[in-house]
Write a protein that binds this ligand. Sequence first.
Ligand code: MG
Length: 193
Amino acid sequence: MSLARIIGIDIDGVITDETHINENIWHNALCNYLGYEIPRVKDSYYFDEAYDLPGEIIIDFLEKNIANIYAEVKLAAGARETITYLYNNEFEIHLITAREPEFEKITRKWLEDHQIPYTSLSHDENKAPLALEKGISLFLEDNACNSEALASYNIPVILFDKFHNRHLKENSIIKRVNNWTEAKKLIQEYYSL
Ligand SMILES: [Mg+2]
């Protein structure tokens, strides 16, 4: 029996290009907001761990900047080509993002502007149960916690390499890639395309 062509894809850090650690869109926006160059204290995905800042400063920064970042973030190289290729090969493309539901409109507009074809868009922090429900047979993700949760549901993960996920080891169902060229190759092998 061949694998169901149902794929799950995260948006931030996978379809979007947040770029190099020192030129990261979030980091730059935070430095602009603060008015000085703040160092990271930890290579974490989470702001409250990455920066030595009071929680209320982080909340205020996010409230003022997040919509703009979601609207202006760059498209990752190769993302459109590969997702379009999959869509044209009759894949269901389920985009599952931890972005808050209030950003759905901005997110759909960004996807449309960047010509990303997809079957569904869900705003859900708890990705693994939803992935299971949708019958997703492979998930493209950059968040370490989500990847571990997906793996615990036996859903294979293509993990996009980021400074904040380097602690996560590869295993039989979590494979690390540097870019969409490598991801496409793994997808083609996995589904025998
Ligand atoms: Mg992400």
